[in-house]
Each structure stands twice: as C-alpha cells, then as structure tokens.
Design a protein around this ligand. Structure first.
Ligand code: HEC
Ligand code: HEC
Ligand code: HEC
Ligand code: HEC
Ligand code: HEC
Length: 469
C-alpha cells in the first residue's frame, strides 16, 4: 500500500482540528448562553407597577408563568379534588352530603355551597353565589380579587386603613368600585410578587395582622424558623414576613393569605384566629375568647333547629398543613402545588395551581422515588380513610340534632339543653374543620383523624345526654 500524500494528511488534520475548534466554541457559547439565561431570567419589555392588577401586562415580561397561570381556567378532576371548569358551576357539596346542609341550617351555606375550582374563577364564582342573597360585606373581596389598589384608595394611600373600613361597606358597593377602577381580576401577579424585584411578598392585611398575632403567641412554630428567630430578638418591630421570612416560608405564606380559617361579616374587620397558635384547639380558643363589639359572645350563626351558637369553619389548608409531616420537613404549598418545570437552564414555577395528583411526576417524585401509581395509591388511601371517618361524623351530627329535636318535642327547656348545645358547637366545629379543608385529610392525616375522632365523640356524648333528659 502506498503511503498517503502529505497533502491528504494535512487536509484531514486541518478538518479534524477545525471541527474540534468549532465544537469547543459552540460549547463555550452554549454554556455562556445558559448561564446568562439562568442569571437574567427575563427581559423586562414593559414596566409593571403596584397598580397593574391585569396579569396580561405582566405576561409580556413573563410569558411562561402567565401562560401556565391562564390554565387555572381548565377543568380538572381527581377522586376528591379539582372540580369543574367548563360546566356553569361546580357541584353542590350540600346536595352530595345532605348532613352538611342540616349542619348549616340557619346560615347562608345551607343555600349554596359548592366545590372549589381554579383561581381563574374566584371572582365570578363569588359574584354568582346565592349566598349573596343574604347581605354580605365588602371583606369578602379580600381573597377573591386583586383588591390592593382599592384598599389604598379607601385608606387615602394607606392600604391597612382602607382594609379596616371595608367590613362596613356592602359587598355590592365594594364590588362596583372594584369594577369601576378596572381591578376586577382574580388573584394576580402583583398579589404575590413585588413588581420591582419580582420577589415573593405577601400583600393581604388579614394575613399580615394574623402572622403578627401568631408570632407574639407562645405556640411552638418549628415550621416557621424566621418567627422563632424574631421571638429571640429584641422585638422592637412587629414580625414582618416580607423582611424576615425565608424564601421557603414565603412559598407557603403567599397561599396563607387566603387558604385559611377566617371570620368575615359587617360586625368587625376580617380576622384570622391565630392569637393562640395554628392548631384546631388554638383557633377554637381564639373564637371562644372573642366577643362582638356589642358585648355578645362570638358565633357565626345560630343553628335554626337547636339554637346553638355555631362556629363555621372555612378552608383551613394553611393551618392543617402546618400540623403535618410535610410542613415539619420544610415542604411548602408551592413545592406540591406549583412545582418547577425545566426550561433550558432556567426553572419555571408552574403557575397552573391545581391538584398535585394531576402532576405527580413533578409534584411528588422529586422527593419520593417511588412509582407514580404507588404514590397515587398512598395519597388516595389516606383520603379514603379520612372520607370514611368524615361520613361517620356526618351521621353522628345528624343523630345529635335528631336527639335534640326529640328532647324539645318532649318539652325539655332550652336551659336544660345548654350543655348539650355546647357539645353541638364543639362537634360541628371539628367536623366542619375537616370537611371544609380541601385536601380530604392529606395535608395532615393523623391530625385530621384525631379531629374527626373528637367530633364523633362530642356528637355522641351530646346525643346520649339529650336522650337521657
Ligand atoms: C406534600 C404536598 C402538599 C403540600 C406541601 C400542600 N399540599 Fe395541598 N394538596 C396536596 C394533595 C395531594 C391534595 C389532594 C388533591 C386531590 O384530592 O386531588 C391537596 C389538596 C389541596 C387543595 C384542594 C385542591 C383541589 O384540587 O381540590 C387545596 C386548596 C390545597 N391543597 C392548598 C394547599 C395549601 C394552601 C398548602 C400550603 C399551606 C398546601 N396545599 C400544601 C398536596 C400538598
Ligand atoms: C387571593 C386569595 C388566594 C390566594 C393568594 C391563593 N388562593 Fe388558591 N384559591 C382561592 C380561591 C378563592 C379559590 C376557589 C376559586 C373558585 O372556586 O372559584 C382557590 C382555589 C385553589 C385551588 C383549587 C384548584 C382547583 O382546580 O380546584 C388550589 C389547589 C389552590 N387554590 C391552591 C393555592 C396555592 C397553593 C396558593 C399559593 C401558591 C394559593 N392557592 C393562593 C384563593 C386564593
Ligand atoms: C380569607 C380568605 C377568604 C375570604 C375572606 C372569603 N373567601 Fe371565599 N374562598 C376562599 C378560598 C380559599 C376558597 C376556595 C376553597 C374552598 O372553596 O373551600 C373560597 C371559595 C369560595 C366560593 C366557592 C366555593 C363555595 O363555597 O361555594 C365562594 C362562592 C366563596 N368563596 C364566596 C365567598 C363569600 C361570599 C365571602 C364573604 C362572606 C368569601 N368567600 C370570603 C377564601 C376566602
Ligand atoms: C398565588 C401567588 C402567585 C401568583 C398570583 C403569581 N405567582 Fe409567580 N410565583 C409564585 C411562587 C410561589 C413562585 C416561586 C418563587 C420562588 O420559589 O422564589 C413564583 C415565581 C415566579 C417567577 C420566578 C421564576 C419562576 O418561575 O420560579 C416569575 C417570573 C413569576 N412567578 C411571574 C408571575 C407572573 C407573571 C404572574 C401573573 C401572571 C405570577 N407570577 C403570579 C407565586 C405566585
Ligand atoms: C420537597 C420534598 C417532598 C415533596 C415535594 C413531597 N414529599 Fe411527601 N414527604 C416528604 C418528607 C420529608 C416526608 C416525611 C417522611 C420522611 O422523612 O421520609 C414525606 C412523607 C410523605 C408521606 C407519608 C406521611 C404521611 O403524611 O402520611 C406521604 C404519603 C407522602 N409524603 C406523599 C407525598 C405526595 C403524594 C406528594 C406529592 C403531592 C409528596 N409527598 C411530595 C417530602 C416530600
């Protein structure tokens, strides 16, 4: 075989080194591009300010987050969660579980109480609920609209002052003002993000008041290290979540602005009951210690059949989560409900806030290296057990109410029934706490079972006592 001509060798070598060079340059360029992508996640094409409640404008700068945010209008469904979307309105809870309606007799929730659905619907579902057939207060908008500019207007620039005045306005008055000012949007970018830095922040006065009360309490808060640190400081300033909370805490606090137990009527400003801590009993104690401005003992409604002064529980997701193993392990609401998606070198938080069981791969498998079907089975096992205990609780409450009715029919006096009505108040509060919480026990399974166990016990104690009268 003849040796190759030097020319051929040189050309081959040239091609080889040239390709290597090109490859190296391409790689370097790619790395640089990725790095700058990761550092400089976005280019600001338009300025956004505190008054920009329309998410569409923010979408020009942050199209990926905006596009996923829009998906909250999609209809989704799981065994126990994620309802509705395309149909006119989600299913009635009070028809599916008639004991709920019986429990709520005398209150607007016995008229209309439906499944929740995606964030896109929060304002229109509130505007359309038949609970508005009873007079409602402007405080309702705190959690159903991008309401901060309206608070500032009502308080001459001071949002907290504006907020404190809103319970005296009617829902319709406030809602008209919101529409006139052009802020009739569901929860929007500006409610969770600082428009200058895009950092997470909380805006809702109800939450800021409540987390300060909580910080000042004695309740142990291992799930909120920044509160524990503030407690050890000189406490010259009240606890400020926007300054002191870690990013991981903020990933739950933004949701705690709305997914909490509250009281909302024209009698007093909107209030979250956190002065003693976040456990079910701490909240109950807060309400038991509360009196109306009139001096009367606090209650949400008087039960139409029995006359008991009842506490109505509302979606305590933040509170129940705080009692579970996930919060204890530092897992935030957003870890499960807004998991990251990769997009090149950047990570984008999924703004399609929905049931994590529709998204197990990203919501759970980052931590649990178990087959997807197995994870779903574990979650559903928890939920099915909780559901079964909840239905037992429903049956127990109905039996208690029947026993009270029968005692009344026998001519037992209201005075003699007093201690039994206290048991009804305790039993209903506990049952409703888990019924109104939206994870069907998942956020803290053992705590949910404990609360339901107590609900059933109080209801049966009351029933036995009523039968003995
Ligand atoms: C470890 C994961 C995890 C964490 C952390 C978590 N959740 Fe959930 N959440 C779930 C699961 C699972 C469900 C049940 C979903 C279903 O039934 O389809 C759920 C259900 C819900 C629902 C009802 C959803 C629906 O589709 O009907 C709401 C609302 C909710 N969570 C809010 C919160 C809030 C607020 C926090 C933080 C305070 C939080 N969650 C923390 C996993 C989590
Ligand atoms: C401004 C108040 C507000 C904030 C802040 C908020 N939510 Fe909601 N959320 C609502 C309301 C109201 C609904 C029910 C809307 C309806 O049914 O029309 C809802 C519904 C949901 C649902 C049910 C979705 C479905 O498809 O059924 C989930 C899950 C949820 N929220 C989780 C979260 C998480 C997680 C956060 C924090 C990242 C959060 N929310 C922040 C008010 C809020
Ligand atoms: C502290 C925040 C907060 C306040 C105040 C609030 N809501 Fe809600 N609301 C929520 C959250 C969170 C949900 C979704 C979870 C659920 O449905 O349990 C919701 C769901 C709803 C729904 C859909 C499900 C249902 O219950 O039929 C309606 C309607 C509604 N709210 C009406 C009202 C009205 C009327 C008021 C005033 C009396 C009010 N809300 C005040 C947070 C709030
Ligand atoms: C209910 C609260 C909430 C609302 C409303 C909200 N976000 Fe976010 N957003 C979050 C959370 C939580 C993160 C994760 C932040 C972190 O971990 O530092 C996030 C992260 C981001 C980031 C940083 C990059 C990323 O994806 O993690 C951008 C940009 C962003 N959101 C844009 C938007 C835009 C645009 C809107 C309105 C269309 C919006 N957000 C509405 C809660 C919210
Ligand atoms: C950021 C990490 C993280 C994410 C995300 C996460 N988990 Fe967990 N999970 C944990 C940790 C930590 C524990 C506590 C047990 C342990 O230390 O191993 C736990 C415990 C559990 C348990 C047993 C405890 C109990 O409450 O009964 C179940 C079931 C569970 N996770 C399901 C889920 C599901 C379903 C999802 C998704 C919706 C999810 N987890 C998302 C970290 C996570």
């Amino acid at each position: 075989m003849k040796p190759p001509k030097p020319f051929v060798i040189y050309s081959l070598l040239f091609v080889f080194f040239a390709s290597c060079g090109a490859l190296i340059i391409a790689l370097a360029l790619n790395i640089a591009e990725r790095k700058s992508e990761a550092q400089n996640r976005y280019i600001r094409l338009v300025e956004v300010t505190e008054d920009d409640t329309d998410p569409e404008k923010w979408g020009i700068n942050w199209p990926k987050q905006y596009d996923s945010y829009l998906l909250t209008a999609e209809s989704t469904r799981t065994r126990f969660g994620g309802h509705g979307g395309s149909e006119a309105l989600p299913e009635q809870k009070i028809e599916r579980d008639p004991w709920l309606r019986r429990m709520f007799l005398g209150y607007a929730f016995s008229i209309d109480y439906r499944d929740r659905r995606g964030h896109a619907y929060m304002l229109e579902d509130q505007e359309n609920t038949e609970r508005l057939s009873k007079p409602q207060t402007g405080s309702c908008l705190h959690c159903h609209a991008s309401v901060m500019p309206l608070y500032r207007k009502l308080g001459d620039g001071d949002a907290m002052a504006g907020f404190k005045a809103t319970h005296k306005l009617s829902y319709n008055e406030m809602n008209d003002m919101l529409h006139e000012m052009g802020h009739a949007h569901p929860v929007s970018c500006v409610d969770c993000h600082d428009p200058d830095s895009m950092k997470l922040r909380v805006t809702r006065p109800g939450f800021i008041d409540a987390i300060q009360m909580l910080a000042e309490s004695e309740a142990p808060l291992p799930q909120m290290p920044s509160v524990e640190r503030w407690r050890k400081s000189n406490r010259n300033e009240p606890y400020d979540p926007n300054v002191l909370a870690s990013r991981s805490e903020m990933r739950s606090f933004v949701c705690g602005q709305c997914h909490v137990e509250y009281y909302c009527s024209s009698a007093m400003p909107l209030e979250f009951p956190w002065s003693n801590g976040l456990k079910m009993e701490d909240l109950e104690k807060h309400w038991d210690e509360t009196v109306f401005p009139s001096g009367e003992r606090f209650f949400d409604y008087k039960h139409k059949e029995s006359g008991a002064p009842i506490l109505k529980a509302q979606h305590p997701e933040f509170e129940l989560w705080s009692q579970g193993v996930h919060s204890r392990a530092g897992v935030s609401c957003s870890d499960c409900h807004m998991p990251y998606q990769r997009d090149g070198a950047t990570k984008v938080s999924d703004h399609w806030v929905r049931s994590p069981l529709l998204n197990i791969n990203r919501a759970c498998q980052v931590c649990h290296h178990v087959d997807e079907r197995e994870i779903l089975a574990r979650a559903e096992r928890i939920q099915e057990r909780n559901f079964a205990l909840l239905q037992r609780g429903g049956a127990a409450i109905v039996d208690l109410l029947d026993a009270i009715q029968a005692a009344k029919a026998r001519g037992v006096s209201t005075q003699d029934l007093d201690s039994i009505l206290e048991l009804q108040r305790k039993a209903q509060w506990r049952l409703d706490y888990i019924a109104a919480e939206n994870s069907m026990g998942f956020h803290a399974p053992q705590e949910a079972a404990r609360i339901l166990g107590e609900a059933i016990d109080y209801a049966r104690q009351g029933q036995a006592a009523a039968n003995a009268l």
